[in-house]
Design a protein around this ligand. Structure first.
Ligand code: ADP
Ligand code: AMP
Length: 213
């Protein structure tokens, strides 16, 4: 099954993508995680991407598309994958479609996790991420067992630089301008599934799996 996660930053795409990946035994591919790993390792891509990410802007399409196309061609993606944070622009979606067409393949579902803007800032200011394994928590809604410590790998949890309120507002406006049009794009292709992301995370997950056949 080939799935795309859509939704505003902080809507819960990553949280649901990880649950889907575990349930269907397919890889979870997050472009945000790939960029953050590159930043951590100080690669050329990481240095370029950081400039945009710190400002709440999208990394240019030309640095993003090939990376994802290469990743989905790897062997572990043969039975499907869940793309989290990609595509984020119409040109990225077109690039993905062209690459898939070349492999006589297509996306099965684009899952839009709907959360109103007013909930987003609260969600993101409470998000804590493990810098080592990428697990995410929320200090109120999905807290770790021990404050500030990752349940999975016991590393320290951090507030992402781009989750500070001023950057979140910028990311939201970028989302509305550049990413939201993808909802219509995938609706026209007949693969859109919309879920209410304001519910408790297990209820969101149940709604998603109920819609995937
Ligand atoms: P995204 O990948 O869309 O940016 P995340 O999955 O990282 O979003 O979720 C953003 C924040 O909201 C995280 O702190 C996460 O733990 C929390 N969160 C995710 N799903 C829910 C939910 N259904 N209810 C409350 N908080 C949630
Ligand atoms: P995320 O972890 O998905 O919230 O992404 C964090 C940041 O990485 C975004 O705000 C963008 O700056 C960058 N990014 C992630 N995915 C993409 C993408 N598909 N296109 C452009 N920029 C991206």
């Amino acid at each position: 099954m080939k799935i795309i996660m859509l939704g505003a930053p902080g809507a819960g795409k990553g949280t649901q993508a990880k649950m889907i990946a575990d349930a269907y035994n397919i890889p979870h591919i997050s472009t945000g995680d790939i960029f953050r790993a590159n930043i951590k390792n100080n690669t050329e891509l990481g240095i370029k991407a950081k400039k945009y990410m710190d400002q709440g802007l999208l990394v240019p399409d030309e640095l993003t598309c090939d990376l994802v196309v290469d990743r989905i061609c790897q062997e572990d993606c043969a039975d499907g994958y869940v793309l989290d944070g990609f595509p984020r622009t119409i040109p990225q979606a077109v690039c993905l479609d062209k690459a898939l067409e070349g492999m006589s393949d297509k996306i099965d579902y684009a899952v839009n996790v709907k959360v109103p803007d007013e909930n987003i800032v609260r969600r993101m200011s409470g998000r804590r991420a493990c810098a080592k394994c990428g697990a995410t928590y929320h200090i109120v809604h999905i807290p770790p067992k021990k404050e500030g410590i990752c349940d999975r790998c016991s590393s320290e949890l951090i507030l992402r630089d781009d989750d500070k309120p001023e950057t979140v507002l910028k990311r939201l406006s970028v989302y509305h301008a550049q990413t939201q049009p993808l909802i219509e794009y995938y609706d026209e292709k007949g693969v859109l599934v919309e879920v209410d992301g304001t519910q408790e995370m297990n209820d969101v997950f149940a709604e998603i799996t109920g819609a995937l056949k």
